[in-house]
Design a protein around this ligand. Structure first.
Ligand code: GLN
Length: 453
């Protein structure tokens, strides 16, 4: 059932919030730890049914919010009061959140029900969902493959039918990458448009909280609710709402950058672009971007240094355990690497160079996005590997080559399922200019009509 239909039925009292939550709890019970053993949920909300009953009485009184009765799953790096927010790490294994992140407050105000906390790569370091200290998560759309990461559990929970919507965080692709592999929609908003207060950061200058849904409508609804300036997050800004939009009235222009990716994936995206431009009479143009291949080399030094700095608080005194003594290999690699890069003799060589390259990429994207209504590219350049298959660190980092670009530029991007190759879902990325989320959702919905969702 589509999300808008469900909201309507809940509002009319034809489905109760309690029934909706119960259906998801049954599904989780059947397939998360048993059955298909997806392992998407780290902790369930034991009060979910009670909360749903309260929402039902609000609905009866005509006082319910815009998310009334919907089940929302939350990545284990976003604080939800009373839950263990461990970032899927032994380091924070017993850390219980004492407050709600701003996004959670907003969801609760609109009567969304938090159904559980989701699995992820440890401290959001990863692209496969395999670095969790609590076991990897499976891809519900292709059970022997990785679901992608780092928001593996949130993407898998939506794909497996464990919730209506989910929250994740995206530093270099962690929402879009698992959305692509699991066949759901994933949105990384413009940097600054959503409060990061209460998010346990991987890399603060690149990261945004965003949403997962089966359809664009659901992701758009959740984004509308979580966006906005928050005085508790100095990097958040007032979202500029434009009253008059012209893009709905004119033929759009799509830019298709030349990039390196699996031939079959490129072909599929090309077909979709052709289909939409025939249907809508939109123009498309292949373009060459000079710095587009520099994403991974630019992203990782910044990520390492910022992550190293944010992990200094995990010294075993205030929160949890000493991180170096309790974390997994990938987290340790970043801490040690980040420390090296941060040392003075290297600073000019790697970190500042990376910041310079970041500015070049951002400028190039800003100017391309003035010429085009959006840029279209695959979300991930290759198919997800089999669970348990060993791949090199370089190959793991290369999963991110096409997603990090939006984080480095601060622009919004989403991943939309556009088909399958060998039975595995493939996502297409739509990137728009800063604060052009409305346009991005509009374009995505047009593509969605090609899918018969
Ligand atoms: N895969 C990327 C990394 O490991 C992205 C992570 C993320 O977006 N949180 O850094």
């Amino acid at each position: 059932m589509k999300i808008k239909e469900k909201l309507q039925l809940i509002k009319e009292g034809k489905i109760s919030a309690e029934q909706n939550i119960k259906n998801f709890l049954d599904e989780i019970d059947k397939n998360d730890k048993k059955g298909k053993k997806i392992n998407a949920i780290l902790q369930l909300n034991n009060n979910a049914l009670l909360e749903a009953k309260e929402v039902d009485s609000k609905i009866k009184n005509g006082k319910a919010g815009r998310l009334a009765g919907l089940a929302i799953a939350v990545k284990a790096n976003i604080n939800v009061k009373g839950f263990i927010i461990n970032c899927a790490s032994r380091t924070l294994e017993n850390y219980k959140a004492g407050y709600d992140a701003t996004v959670i407050k907003k969801i609760k105000q609109e009567d969304g029900i938090i159904i559980g906390i989701t699995n992820m790569d440890e401290f959001a370091c990863g692209s496969s969902g395999e670095t969790s200290a609590f076991g990897p998560c499976k891809n519900p759309a292709s059970l022997n493959r990785i679901p992608g990461g780092s928001s593996s559990g949130s993407a898998a929970a939506v794909a497996a039918g464990f919730c209506d919507l989910a929250l994740g965080s995206d530093t270099g692709g962690s929402i879009r990458n698992p959305a692509s592999h699991c066949g759901v929609v994933g949105v990384k908003p413009t940097y600054g448009s959503v409060s990061r207060y209460g998010l346990i950061d991987l890399s603060m200058s690149l990261e945004q909280i965003g949403c997962f849904s089966k359809e664009i409508d659901g992701a758009e609804l959740l984004f509308e609710i979580i966006k906005g300036k928050d005085e508790k997050d100095a990097t958040s800004v007032i979202f500029p709402e434009k009253k008059e939009y012209t893009f709905e009235k004119r033929k759009l222009k799509l830019g298709v950058p030349k990039i390196k990716a699996d031939e079959k994936i490129l072909e599929l995206i090309k077909d979709k672009v052709k289909e939409i431009s025939n249907k809508e009479k939109w123009k498309t143009e292949e373009i060459k971007l000079k710095y587009i291949d520099l994403g991974v080399q630019t992203y990782y030094p910044i990520n390492y240094v910022e992550f190293f700095s944010s992990t200094r608080r995990y010294d075993g005194r205030k929160y949890g355990k000493k991180i170096e003594e309790s974390c997994g290999d990938e987290v340790l690699r970043r801490i040690l690497g980040g420390k090296e890069i941060a040392q003075a003799e290297y600073a000019g060589k790697y970190y500042r160079k990376a910041l310079q390259a970041k500015r070049l990429i951002e400028k190039e994207f800003d100017s391309a996005l003035k010429k085009f209504d959006c840029l279209i590219l695959p979300t991930v350049p290759k198919l997800p590997h089999k669970l348990g298959e060993k791949i090199s660190v370089e190959d793991m980092y290369n999963y991110d080559s096409l997603t990090v670009l939006a984080n480095l530029s601060g622009v919004p991007a989403l991943s939309l399922p556009v088909g399958k190759i060998q039975g595995i879902p493939i996502g297409m990325q739509i990137i728009c200019g800063k604060f052009q989320e409305k346009r991005m959702f509009y374009i995505a919905k047009k593509f969605e009509t090609l899918q018969n969702l």
